[in-house]
Design a protein around this ligand. Structure first.
Ligand code: TYM
Length: 335
């Protein structure tokens, strides 16, 4: 058993507990995490150290971090198969981030679109952590000698930078880090806002009609989809000049596993109203068991605590190996 686990490739991914998880988080990442659990050695973490790059209320952050962990589990991340933990429980993340930050250029970080977007959005708090955020993300990934990182489309630039940092480090100090690859699912890698389909669905969207939370009750989900903006005309087809309908079709395909052609055929000749109702129902049906499992887990705090404590121990052991190697490579005196 142990032997077999060691030959599997490693997966690492995580989410920031900076808000409720949305359908975008679910379709872009979580759904793939679940699928990959049997074939890979998976580690899924709650990225609470990343979350404080934006001002957080401490009590809220703590509560939300627990909820995010429980949402991973409610969606189907199985602690018997995957390692689940809080980023802040493994100090090696911060330690490796320091070393990597000494191997990352200011210019590289200045080009990150997430930094540019977030510094516009939080103009009163452009802190150094917001700038060096991608270095911490590189540390998260490289610490576990990760092969694959299942994420949505918006994280590709950060993974590209992680690869650049790893290449540079390996070149300078000798082979140290496994080169990670992004894993992007076939459908759902870019779920857009239901109100402004030119922007991604985001938990920090000021318009609450733009997103669906994965714990929303069925009737709320259906209502959100009924309200979703569509485009002129009445054809249900995926086309560049129809971003609203395309987004809804993409969501429908990601949830049902149907191809775009199949979905277009299914709704051919039907109006937007019927179409939106069907998408809403499909999403609500997919998320109903998640809400149910979440509510069960909420009543079993002791079990959840056991999971993340064990996860932290397992993660720390793996991380320590890499960190020791890195310290040796850069010339720190062994202890
Ligand atoms: P975060 O918390 O913004 O998002 C978590 C995951 O959800 C995906 N996602 C989406 N996918 C499709 N459509 C959307 N509208 C959508 N919104 C979010 C994201 O791509 C991501 O996969 N920096 C990361 C967290 C992180 C991380 C890591 C991820 C920190 N360290 C190491 C992987 C590996 C972030 O802010 O994700």
């Amino acid at each position: 058993m142990e032997q077999q686990a060691e030959t599997k490739k490693r997966i690492f991914s995580g989410m920031q507990p900076s808000g409720e998880l949305t359908l975008g988080n679910y379709l872009g990442a979580l759904k793939n995490w679940i699928k990959l659990q049997d074939d890979y050695d998976c580690m899924y973490s709650v990225m609470n150290m990343h979350a404080i790059t934006v001002r957080q209320d401490p009590a809220e952050l703590k509560k939300r971090s627990m909820e995010v962990l429980m949402q991973y589990m409610a969606c189907g991340v199985d602690p018997e198969k995957s390692i689940l933990f809080f980023q802040s429980h493994v100090s090696a993340h911060a330690e490796l981030a320091w070393i990597l930050s000494c191997n990352t250029q200011m210019g590289e970080l200045s080009r990150m679109t997430q930094f540019k977007d977030k510094s516009k959005k939080h103009a009163d708090n452009i802190n150094a952590g917001l700038f060096t955020y991608p270095v911490l993300m590189a540390a998260d990934i490289l610490l576990y000698q990760t092969d694959l990182v299942p994420v949505g489309h918006d994280q590709l630039q950060h993974i590209e930078l992680t690869r650049d940092i790893a290449t540079r480090f390996n070149h300078h100090y000798g082979e140290t880090f496994t080169m990670p690859e992004p894993y992007i699912g076939k459908a759902g890698a870019r779920v857009m806002s239901l109100q402004s389909p030119e922007n991604k669905m985001s938990k920090s969207d000021p318009n609450p009609n733009g997103y669906v939370w994965i714990l929303d009750p069925e009737e709320v989900i259906i209502k959100q989809f009924k309200r979703a903006v569509t485009d002129s005309g009445n054809e249900v087809v995926a086309r560049e000049d129809k971003p609203g309908v395309t987004n809804l079709l993409t969501i429908y395909c990601a949830v049902t596993g149907k191809t775009m052609e199949e979905a277009e055929k299914e709704f051919a000749g039907q109006g937007y109203g019927t179409f939106k109702q069907a998408v809403g129902e499909a999403v609500a049906a997919e998320l109903a068991p998640v809400r149910e499992r979440f509510s069960q887990l909420s009543k079993d705090k002791a079990y959840v605590e056991e999971v993340y404590k064990k996860g932290a121990e397992q993660a720390a052991r793996i991380a320590a190996k890499t960190l020791r190697k890195v310290y040796k490579k850069v010339g720190f005196v062994a202890w």
